[in-house]
Design a binder for this molecule. Structure first.
Ligand SMILES: C[S@@+](CC[C@H](N)C(=O)[O-])C[C@H]1O[C@@H](n2cnc3c(N)ncnc32)[C@H](O)[C@@H]1O
Length: 207
């Protein structure tokens, strides 16, 4: 079923299915689980990451960590369209039922790990190729923990870090730091699916 009384209950773009809040399975989970740190829906910056990988590619079996994953659609895209091996990380375990529902409807498997950005150790990060995050830098305190996490990830051998955001000042502050310290760059992006979305990607490193 993709409509209730003429209203859409799911959308599809970049080859992934997203269930909307009015979908009966999402409504069922919302009665049981209560994400507290904004992990209550898919945030639109995820589409910027999907668009990046669609254009630039991602080698099969790449190991991808999606931090602050929420419903996990960016990582699910990497698993579904690029056969990546994905671990989705969030400090709030209440997001994982929504992620697993989306993994199931997209016929992929994604591992989950409950960790705060600051709690990810060298041992957690070792062996991954790519670190991604969509709309995770929205408080000043998060800029500090993300600075430390990204530096640790690069020291642990992660080759590419991609953070997407809609253009918040906290994101800009983080980006300035990595442009200066690690040769990062800001990519201004507009995508047109599932609708017109503008934002930025902070890209550090390459594959
Ligand atoms: C705005 S949502 C974005 C979710 C998802 N990336 C997306 O684009 O749909 C921010 C996510 O970051 C998680 N989060 C917030 N603070 C965190 C922290 N310190 N460590 C790990 N995850 C965190 C929240 O639980 C939430 O799922």
């Amino acid at each position: 079923m993709s409509q209730i009384k003429g209203q859409k209950v799911q959308i599809r773009a970049y080859g992934v299915k997203v269930l909307l809040s009015r979908h009966k399975e999402v409504r069922r989970l919302k009665r049981l689980h209560f994400p507290s740190g904004h992990g209550n829906k898919l945030w639109i910056s995820s589409w910027l990451l999907m668009d990046f990988f669609k254009r630039k590619g991602l080698s099969e079996r790449s190991k991808v960590m999606d931090v602050g994953c929420g419903w996990g659609l960016a990582g699910i895209y990497c698993a579904k369209k690029h056969d990546a091996v994905v671990t989705a990380v969030d400090t709030d375990p209440e997001v994982f039922p929504f992620l697993h529902l989306h993994a199931e409807v997209n016929s992929v498997k994604v591992a989950t790990m409950k960790r705060a950005f600051g709690g990810l150790t060298h041992a957690d990060l070792e062996g991954f190729d790519v670190l991604i995050g969509a709309d995770i830098c929205f408080w000043v305190t998060l800029t500090y923990s993300l600075k430390r996490l990204i530096n640790r990830a690069l020291r642990s051998g992660i080759k590419l870090v991609l953070l997407a955001g809609p253009g918040r000042s906290t994101f800009d502050e983080l980006a300035e730091y990595f442009i200066e310290k690690q040769g990062g760059e800001i990519l201004k992006r507009t995508v047109y699916r599932p609708r017109r979305i503008q934002g930025r990607i902070l890209k550090i490193g390459s594959l």
